[in-house]
Design a protein around this ligand. Structure first.
Ligand SMILES: Cc1cc2nc3c(=O)[nH]c(=O)nc-3n(C[C@H](O)[C@H](O)[C@H](O)COP(=O)(O)OP(=O)(O)OC[C@H]3O[C@@H](n4cnc5c(N)ncnc54)[C@H](O)[C@@H]3O)c2cc1C
Length: 410
């Protein structure tokens, strides 16, 4: 292979959402685009996304819906390639979709249609796709870059890293994107499991886990407070009004997945179990009963009986106080059910990886490295992590198009 004449204009590493999108957008105008993936087929995570129906975007996606050390980083790309742009692509391919809730768009039929759409676009743009190729390193050379794989070494003028994060290793996730970033001098914000179920401590498990399967609508938040400390000032973490689900190991459901991205070991999570309601109001009325039976009756109107019973006995375990201030404390406890998770279910169960290539090392308009010209990072490998609800795919599409635009205008 002649070093002075690169074989490819660009090699895109990872044929997931971001990689496929970037490959065909670049391939429409560049001659030689190669897309590599270690799996048997492209788009494996898309196939399992959104319960098999792929929540492919969120119509309300804005930078505020993402976690990053630099909250402004995603703004430019998200503004230039919007949910409406992706919806146009989906419509062009005749894929039917619906809005489930909160701007979340899902395929009516199957996530397979999104993968097929991306594959067709890649084929039409003349992209060469090679699956079953595992990338081990990227090095600078006279051609620009050499990409080392289990099969061979390939040369390219530019390289786009779209290898995703560490979540779901059995679907091909590796840390190669972070390794390439670090070995070429980039900082990486410590990757951590996000959008992931939380685990109870042994004591909490004892108390709650036989209620597995119970769910309730709550307002959830991560609490910036560690055990034994007093929280200073107001909690600034976002709140999420969604479902909480008790599992045999801890808590899950959309409300928990959302706060898990903000939670850090040692901190608490809090749930308002009765958002917007003054549950015990009637107990203040003249002649109203003030006892555990009356409390239970009110809570049974809100939650499944078993949960109501367990909650009441947990609250009254330390003694009963039916004075006005005792009632106020019970009401407050209902709106701030707080516990300290022992951990998360980890990368095996996490929908995404938070952290990643430090955005200070990248150009927000082009996704190009500031340290290594010609090297780009897009999608989940970057320190930009979306909320649950189609935001992560919107980031994958938008960051991919930003890089492709930069590649073709070089
Ligand atoms: C169960 C589940 C459901 C989800 N549902 C949704 C949803 O409905 N909506 C939403 O917005 N987001 C959802 N997500 C998140 C979303 O799937 C990801 O954020 C998104 O796929 C990231 O795209 P990406 O292209 O950056 O990375 P990925 O899709 O992870 O693609 C990276 C690719 O690189 C390949 N790769 C890794 N290492 C190597 C290597 N060494 N050599 C070669 N190839 C390599 C991987 O095999 C993979 O194919 C879900 C995630 C999971 C796990």
């Amino acid at each position: 292979m002649a070093l002075s004449e690169p074989t490819y204009d660009v090699i895109v590493l990872g044929a997931g959402a971001a990689g496929m999108m970037c490959a065909f957008e670049a391939g429409r105008r560049l001659q030689r685009v190669l897309l590599l993936d270690n799996g048997e087929k492209p788009g494996r995570k898309i196939l399992i996304s959104g319960g098999g129906r792929c929540n492919f975007t969120n119509t309300g996606a804005r930078a505020e819906n993402f976690l990053s050390s630099n909250p402004h980083y995603a703004k430019s790309a998200l503004a230039r390639y919007t949910p409406a742009d992706f919806i146009m692509l989906v419509k062009k391919h005749g894929i039917k979709f619906h809005e489930k809730t909160l701007g979340q768009l899902f395929c009516d039929d199957s996530a397979r249609l999104i993968v097929a759409m991306l594959e067709r676009e890649c084929a039409e743009a003349g992209v060469t796709t090679r699956c079953g190729v595992s990338v081990s390193a990227v090095r600078r050379n006279a051609a620009g870059f050499s990409v080392e794989t289990n099969a061979s070494s390939l040369d390219a003028a530019s390289v786009v890293i779209a290898t995703g994060g560490l979540s779901i290793p059995k679907l091909g996730a590796t840390g190669i994107g972070y390794e390439i970033a670090r070995s070429s001098g980039h900082k990486v914000v410590d990757p951590r499991a996000a959008l992931v179920p939380l685990l109870f401590s042994p004591a909490d498990r004892e108390q709650w886990c036989d209620l597995t399967g119970l769910s309730a609508e709550v307002v959830a938040t991560a609490v910036e407070k560690t055990k034994g400390t007093k929280r200073e000032g107001k909690n600034t973490q976002p709140t999420f009004r969604e479902k909480l689900l008790i599992t045999h190991r801890g808590v899950s459901g959309p409300a928990v997945l959302q706060v898990s991205s903000y939670w850090r070991p040692g901190q608490a999570v809090g749930f308002d179990l009765a958002p917007g309601k003054e549950v015990l109001a009637t107990m203040y009325e003249r002649n109203a009963r003030r006892d555990s039976g009356a409390l239970l009756a009110l809570l049974r109107g809100l939650f499944p009986s078993r949960f109501a019973e367990r909650w009441v006995s947990a609250q009254l375990a330390g003694g009963e106080d039916w004075s006005n201030s005792g009632l106020a404390q019970l009401e407050a406890a209902l709106h701030a059910w707080t516990f300290y998770p022992a951990g998360t279910e980890g990368f095996a169960k996490a929908e995404v990886t938070a952290g990643g290539v430090d955005t200070n090392e990248l150009n927000a308009k082009t996704m190009e490295s500031r340290r290594v010209p010609g090297l780009y990072f897009i999608g989940e490998v970057v320190d930009v992590t979306g909320w649950l609800g189609g935001y992560n795919f919107q980031w994958a599409w938008a960051s991919a198009v930003a890089a492709a635009d930069a590649l073709v205008s070089k």
